[in-house]
Structure formats: structure tokens, C-alpha cells
Design a protein around this ligand. Structure first.
Ligand SMILES: Nc1ncnc2c1ncn2[C@@H]1O[C@H](COP(=O)(O)OP(=O)(O)O)[C@@H](O)[C@H]1O
Ligand SMILES: O=C(O)[C@@H](CO)OP(=O)(O)O
Length: 400
């Protein structure tokens, strides 16, 4: 699977996607039938892909000013803010203040945003004290509710998310956002909490979710998100999970893309994938060997109490192994394109028909959310380091 991982990362590269889809010459940006003219552009790049995306614009445009915000420990040097992820920290608030200061005080005629997953935690401005914000986010991301719902809460508790940042943009300057999606279904208003998107969700939706996770005492901080804008805002999706799956399918041949929108509890996703393999073994339906089955998306892991070392992909692999029919050869790659799965420093795992882990060990690892504690003993883990992108997780099942 090494070559396949290399290809996934190549196809997930945001710089390459911008190169393919965006043209810049003579003070004009052209993309997707749009042409935007500028003299004094500024750039705000935030998310896991911010560094390569900022690099693309910096190499082609003389920017009046720029702010780049990346997760802690991932700066490659230069004037970059490193902030907390998956929980916001003091630097996320500093970044928020710096961005607002830029929007309110710089002289510009175009705002370019480069937005990717992680932006919700990395950039914040809120009346809620930071320690409480951390606690709220921790509760939300481990509650098992999907990212779209988590971000409904974040948008209404924040002073900049869910399109609110647009209120700070000066002189009717247009705004263009180039977006890399790590949200199944690519809802622009959810990716990075939809910084530059109008928002369909309401305070009431946020309130119901706050109640669901026991945080209703924060209701006083909820404010409504904009439902329309009175200036030109263009949100342009440059890369998503399906695009990577399609390129991978072309590269591999003999493959079926099932979905780029996997959701639901990670261990149930493993069971579901095993059921497809088993059915193929038993009936040749839906696939006959040799084949690659490709899926993408973002399963959730509901965590209660203390955990071991694990992640979504670790749990997909283990539950697949538990339910898969032990006949024939197979290999399953379960891979986080950002290089980090859950609280581990692994990007994911590869298991095969030769991985003999007994069922008791699997049950124990799933129960204690210690998938990587177990998988590393069977040399089934993958480490890539931080990848400077995120188009969610990719699952490749190979039945040769
Ligand atoms: N020990 C663990 N085992 C399984 N999943 C975990 C563990 N710790 C955290 N997670 C899950 O990992 C998710 C966050 O990690 P990650 O996959 O890196 O997401 P993101 O791409 O959103 O940053 C959370 O949804 C959480 O439920
Ligand atoms: O920033 C966010 O809101 C989410 C989705 O875009 O990203 P991540 O899950 O990587 O934190």
C-alpha cells in the first residue's frame, strides 16, 4: 500500500489543486468562469492546508498583507501563527484579533481567504474565556455528534464564524475564499465553521445542540449568523475527498468508489465494509476479484471516559478484522489524509488477511479506544508525519 499512500497524498495536495484550477495574471484571478480584478489584495490563510495554499498566492501575487495560521508545531518558518488544534488556545484568539485588525485597518481592495479543515479551532474571537472555550470544544469533538452539528454550535458562540467575519471587511471589497473540504458532503458553511459563508442554521438549532451535550448555560453567548451578504462573496471549492477518490480510481483501475461521505460510528463502518467483502466472497456481489473498493469520509468515535491511543481509522480496521470472512486474500488501508488519526501520531493503519489478532484483544482495544496500542504490536500502523492538507479519511480495500 506504500505506493497508494504516496498517490493519495499527491492527489490531496492543495498547492497542486490551486495550480490546476486557478490562473493569476495581470492583476486578475481567474477560476471556474469567474474573473476578479485587484490592485491591493490581502490574504488570510487558515487551516491544516494554510501553508501550501498561502505559498501559491505569495508566489504569484504581490500581497499588501497576509496572515497565515497553522496548527501548533507545523510552521516551516516565516511569519506564521501557530495555534491550537483540535482545541483552540490563546494563539487562536490572538490570530482572531490580528485578522480583525487587518480587515479594519489595512488599505485593500480584495480579500483572499484560503480555508481548510482545522480553521474552527485555529481562528477564534469570542467573549467566552479561552479555558472555557477549550472545555466546550473538547466536549463537542468527543460527543459523537457529526462535524456539521459541532460547527453549528461553534458558529453561534463565535463572533467571527458562520459568515460573521464579513461584517469587518471594509469598503465593499470583494471576498474570494478558496476552500479545501474536510467535511463529508462539502457543505461550505460547515468547513472551518464557514468563515465566509452565509449560514442556514439558527440560534435555536445551536441551543438544542448545547442542551444535548449539557452546555445550555452557554446559551447567553449565542448570536445569530448572517442569512445574506450585501457584497460580492465567492466561495470556491478547490479540492475534496471525491476528487481524490476519482484520481485514485483512475490510477488503480479495477476499482469501485462507493462513497466519499462515510459517516457514523467508526466501528460500525468497519462492520459495514466487512459485510461488503463477505458478500463479494460469498456471491461475487457487488464485486468479483480482483478489485479495489474505495471509500472516503469521516466516521465518528463516541468517547466516554479515559481512552488509550486511538483514532477513527484504527477502529475501522479492528472492527473490519473482527467481522471479515477469513477466506481469500485482502488488504485494507484506513488513512487520514492530514497524517493524524485521533489522539495518536499515526496517520492510519494497514491490515491484511495475514493480520492475526484474536477477537478478545480487538474487543478490549475497541472498548478502551486503544486501537493503536494494539495495532502497533502487529506492525500495522502508518506514520507519515503532518501532511499540510486534509480531505478526510480514505479507505482502500484490495481483494487481489
Ligand atoms: N483514543 C481514541 N480512539 C479513537 N478515537 C479517538 C481517540 N481519541 C480521540 N478520538 C477521536 O478522534 C477525533 C479527532 O481526531 P482526528 O481524526 O484527528 O480529527 P480531525 O481531523 O477532526 O482533527 C475525535 O472525533 C475523537 O472522537
Ligand atoms: O475546522 C473545522 O471545523 C473542521 C471541519 O472543517 O476541521 P477539523 O475537523 O480538522 O478540525
Amino acid at each position: 500500500m506504500k505506493e497508494i499512500i504516496k498517490k493519495i497524498l499527491e492527489f490531496s495536495d492543495p498547492y497542486r489543486a490551486l495550480q490546476e484550477k486557478v490562473r493569476i495574471n495581470d492583476n486578475t484571478i481567474s477560476f471556474n468562469d469567474e474573473r476578479v480584478y485587484f490592485k491591493k489584495p490581502i490574504l488570510i490563510a487558515v487551516g491544516k492546508a494554510s501553508i501550501p495554499m498561502a505559498e501559491f498566492f505569495r508566489q504569484r501575487i504581490s500581497l499588501k498583507a497576509e496572515i497565515v495560521i497553522t496548527p501548533k508545531g507545523t510552521s516551516k518558518g516565516g511569519d506564521v501563527i501557530e495555534a491550537g488544534h483540535p482545541l483552540p488556545d490563546e494563539n487562536s484568539i490572538k490570530a482572531g484579533k490580528k485578522v480583525l485588525d487587518l480587515l479594519l485597518n489595512e488599505d485593500y481592495d480584495l480579500v483572499i481567504f484560503a480555508i481548510s479543515g482545522g480553521a474552527s479551532a485555529l481562528l477564534e474571537y469570542s467573549d467566552i474565556p479561552i479555558e472555557e472555550l477549550k472545555m466546550i470544544n473538547k466536549l463537542l469533538v468527543t460527543s459523537g455528534i457529526g462535524i456539521d452539528k459541532i460547527n453549528i454550535v461553534r458558529k453561534h458562540l463565535s463572533k467571527i464564524k458562520g459568515g460573521k467575519i464579513i461584517e469587518y471587511v471594509k469598503d465593499r471589497a470583494p471576498v474570494i475564499s478558496f476552500i479545501v473540504s474536510d467535511v463529508p458532503g462539502n457543505d461550505i458553511s460547515s468547513i472551518g465553521s464557514g468563515l465566509t459563508s452565509i449560514d442556514k442554521s439558527t440560534i435555536n438549532d445551536a441551543l438544542m445542540l448545547l442542551r444535548k451535550v449539557g452546555l445550555e448555560n452557554y446559551a447567553k453567548y449565542l448570536t445569530e449568523t448572517p442569512k445574506s451578504f450585501s457584497r460580492t462573496i465567492i466561495n470556491y471549492l478547490i479540492l475534496d475527498n471525491m476528487e481524490v477518490l476519482k484520481k485514485l480510481s483512475n490510477y488503480l483501475g479495477n476499482s469501485l468508489i462507493l462513497t466519499s461521505e462515510v459517516r457514523g460510528e467508526a466501528k460500525d463502518v468497519g462492520v459495514f465494509m466487512a459485510s461488503i467483502y463477505n458478500s463479494s466472497e460469498n456471491y461475487g456481489i457487488p464485486l468479483k476479484r480482483p478489485y479495489y473498493l474505495l471509500l472516503g469520509g469521516e466516521p465518528e468515535v463516541t468517547i466516554k471516559g479515559k481512552t488509550g491511543k486511538g483514532g477513527r481509522n484504527g477502529e475501522v480496521c479492528l472492527s473490519f478484522l473482527k467481522y471479515v470472512k477469513k477466506s481469500g486474500k485482502f488488504e485494507l488501508l484506513s488513512f487520514a489524509t492530514d497524517g493524524i488519526d485521533g489522539n495518536s501520531d499515526y496517520a492510519g493503519c494497514v491490515i491484511s488477511s495475514n493480520t492475526n489478532i484474536n477477537e478478545d484483544e480487538i474487543n478490549d482495544a475497541l472498548e478502551t479506544h486503544n486501537s493503536y496500542g494494539l495495532l502497533e504490536r502487529y506492525e500495522s500502523t502508518i506514520r507519515t508525519g503532518y501532511t499540510y492538507t486534509n480531505v478526510n479519511n480514505i479507505y482502500v480495500l484490495n481483494a487481489p
